[in-house]
Design a protein around this ligand. Structure first.
Ligand code: ATP
Ligand code: MG
Length: 408
């Protein structure tokens, strides 16, 4: 069916008093950017809402795109009538004719007179529209409680909006409205979902990935770059820091404490990510940890790892089941990339039985015994390279450094 307008409603951030205008503006700009492929669509923003005038663009093509814009709670495709009784009644009638209503559909009219200059009250309009439709559509049965079809008629001064669908959208906070965080991005299923969840909450996310040439391949790194590119579709742009981790990682292999090696590596990652966070002005780290999923994600392990930083570690997936995470990964388009079977630097060094209850005292003692560890970590930071990814373009190196051959 052809509609005239899409009505976009904002999510919960609407409650936040003084930031409201800034938040609304940022959703508006996000909507504008995702609608570039639909040049006829025009935007208009009004207290608490955005109207997309379709001007011939197809509603069903725009809706899936707009559903993904952070900060939008719901979308209604709308038919517009001029605000005069006769036109409203005819438009409602036409609209229902086009809906192909089934037998025994429960129904109610929900009219709202926003413009008090209109001659008929909301209550009167419910009756006027309702009785017309009941006479002309025998298959309708009135029901005030949870009807299948609720026809909404919003009477405003210039136009009247007629619609029945309220399609749930992604919600959350406007893009980048809640500060910046550093996300530890592996090539797995979980961390890209953690990235998306953080972005939905309004965080601007920069990704950090640790790779270990020659133990991990070019393809493994490319996979992470591809994942970050998918994520940039939600963020507009993603900065990805690629940290050479081989030296730090191999420094742990001779310590004779194989069961603690994952804890040691994770603490190192966290320290390095913290240095990058400080440099980039980020106030938190984010990981894809989910409680109990693997040895490094027990409470005890999270405790030992978390103590390696003063920054808060946010774990958006901590209480989620794997199948819930997979469902989101499919929805956001990262799943198929994540399941490509390339090795991660951690999986390579996984001992047969990693500790699920690492002793912080022993871990710290091992770290103290490695005289070069801090230096190796600082070197890893200084050799870190950053690329900025956007949805349809090749990654470009920050500061115009030439791409090294061993990257791809
Ligand atoms: P994921 O699916 O995100 O890889 P996972 O279930 O495989 O998670 P782990 O491999 O234990 O779990 O990793 C836990 C978290 O540690 C990841 O979600 C990610 O945030 C971080 N992480 C692991 N490996 C790396 C890496 N090579 N680079 C950056 N972060 C990493
Ligand atoms: Mg992993």
């Amino acid at each position: 069916m052809n509609y005239d307008v899409l009505l976009l409603r904002f999510g919960e951030f609407i409650l936040k008093g003084k930031n409201r205008r800034r938040f609304e503006k940022s959703v508006y700009l996000h909507v504008k950017s995702v609608l570039t492929p639909f040049p006829k669509a025009q935007l208009r923003s009004e207290f608490g809402r955005i109207y997309v005038h379709l001007n011939g663009e197809i509603a069903s093509e725009l809706i899936p795109v707009l559903k993904k814009v952070f900060g939008i709670a719901s979308i209604s495709p709308v038919i517009v009538s001029s605000s005069n009784l006769e036109n409203i009644l005819t438009t409602c009638q036409d609209f229902l004719e086009r809906l192909n209503i089934e037998e025994d559909t429960t129904f109610k009219v929900n009219a709202r007179r926003v413009w008090k200059g209109f001659a008929h009250s909301s209550h009167e309009m419910n009756h006027l529209v309702g009785s017309l439709l009941l006479t002309n559509f025998q298959m309708l049965n009135v029901s005030m409680i949870k009807p299948t079809l609720e026809l909404r008629v919003e009477i405003r001064e210039k136009d009247t909006y007629i619609f029945c669908e309220v399609i749930a959208a992604v919600g959350g906070f406007p893009r980048g409205s809640n500060g910046k965080a550093i996300l530890l991005l592996s090539g797995g299923i979980d961390s890209p979902v953690a990235a998306w969840s953080s972005m939905r909450r309004g965080l601007q996310v920069e990704c950090v990935h640790f790779y270990s040439f020659p133990f991990t391949s070019q393809l493994a790194k490319e996979k992470v770059i591809d994942l970050a590119r998918v994520l940039s579709g939600y963020a507009g742009e993603i900065k990805l820091h690629l940290v050479p981790f081989t030296e730090v990682q191999t420094s742990f292999t001779g310590t004779g404490q194989d069961d603690l090696i994952i804890t040691l590596m994770r603490r190192s990652m966290v320290r390095i990510a913290t240095m990058i966070a400080e440099r980039e002005g980020s106030l938190a780290l984010v990981t894809g940890d989910s409680l109990g999923q693997v040895a490094s994600q027990t409470l005890s392990s999270m405790n030992a790892i978390g103590r390696a930083t003063d920054l808060p570690i946010l774990r958006p997936l901590v209480m989620m089941d794997k199948n819930e995470i997979i469902e989101i990964a499919r929805d956001i388009g990262t799943y198929d990339l994540s399941i490509q079977p390339y090795e991660d630097c951690c999986t390579l060094f996984v001992p047969k039985s990693p500790s699920t209850n690492p002793s912080l005292r022993i871990v710290e003692r091992i770290e103290d015994s490695l005289a070069a560890l801090t230096q190796l970590e600082e070197e890893a930071v200084s050799r870190t390279e950053a690329i900025v990814l956007s949805p349809n373009k090749e990654g470009k190196l920050k500061d115009q450094v030439n791409i090294q051959e061993d990257w791809f």
